[in-house]
Ligand binder design. Structure first.
Ligand code: NDP
Length: 268
């Protein structure tokens, strides 16, 4: 068999992560003998776990909730995107055994939009939500030169923090007027707690593209709300697979095929 390359994902909880399923398929497709494991790691063990993993031959880690912020404390080198975001989802090791933190969520979203022919450049884009997911995609969307990039969040204080943090990207608060939204991205977890609704109806129409960062059954309530306006609705599965592919590329210098991933053995 030879030695398997050790990869994994850390989170708390971790049971529902689809990353092992995705990365094992990337490995099979490219003939890379890898073992990708889910690791349940609590915050108090985070730094120890990361350092031991790499010291004991680990090759790469993905990082999911709630460790995306704190994992960067264990890294020696931060990518420029991580410096900007203050959060990472990928850890790797260089030839000097230094741990490098990078973030692939924004790249994943942009890649998926391009696969699905969802236009961003010169469009009016509204992101709902101001948590980690929203923040991780703002710079990448801004670099695509939208006509306007707006954010709206339930708690206004968080919107204001985001506007300040990303002021160099010309992020704006939601402009309530008659101008339709071209692309509406749901980066909230609102639908997990009840029916989805957002007071923005007058700016939505059949031309609006609805993109949910949630995926699978977690997208049902957002899709049901969006269906009163438009047929153009997408969930976050494509982004999930594409961000995984960018992590994989950071470890192996090869971008895997993202179109043949089978998630059907997963229940969410
Ligand atoms: P956070 O907990 O950091 O943020 C949650 C956001 O949802 C906040 O803006 C919060 O608003 C808002 N929210 C929660 N409940 C409600 C509600 N009832 N009504 C209105 N707003 C609400 O989560 P993340 O940003 O990390 O993740 C958000 C979603 O994106 C998750 O469901 C996650 O699964 C998904 N995701 C998908 C990815 C992919 O690859 N497809 C990648 C990363 C995340 P407030 O500030 O007011 O509390």
């Amino acid at each position: 068999m030879g030695n398997k390359i050790k990869l994994g994902v850390i989170g708390d909880p971790i049971d529902h992560s689809l990353s092992p399923l995705i990365h094992s398929q990337f490995g099979e497709e490219l003939g890379i003998n890898l073992e990708y494991m889910p690791y349940h790691v609590v915050d108090s063990e985070l730094d120890n776990f990361i350092k031991n993993f790499f010291a004991n031959g680990g090759f790469g880690l993905n990082v999911t909730l709630p460790h995306k912020l704190n994992c960067i404390r264990s890294a020696d080198i931060l990518s420029s995107e991580v410096e900007l975001l203050g959060a990472a989802n990928t850890l790797s090791k260089n030839s000097n055994n230094q741990i490098i933190a990078s973030s692939t969520d924004g790249l994943g979203l942009i890649r998926d939009c391009s696969e699905k022919k969802i236009e961003i450049t010169n469009k009016r884009v509204l992101i709902l939500g101001a948590g980690g997911a929203s923040q991780s995609i703002i710079p990448a969307i801004a670099r695509m030169n939208p006509k306007m990039l707006m954010v709206d969040n339930r708690s206004i204080q968080k919107t204001e923090k985001l506007l300040e943090k990303f002021s160099s990207f010309e992020l704006q608060p939601l402009q309530r007027n008659n101008e339709p939204i071209d692309l509406l991205i749901n980066a909230t977890s609102a639908a997990l707690s009840g029916p989805f609704d957002w007071n923005i109806q007058q700016q939505l129409n059949e031309g609006t593209v609805f993109y949910d960062l949630n995926y699978g059954i977690a997208s049902a309530k957002f899709f049901s709300w969006a269906s009163q306006f438009s047929r153009k609705r997408f969930d976050g599965t494509g982004m999930l697979v594409a961000q995984a592919a960018f992590s994989f590329e950071s470890w192996f210098d090869t971008f895997p095929n993202i179109n043949n991933i089978n998630l059907s053995s997963a229940d969410d």
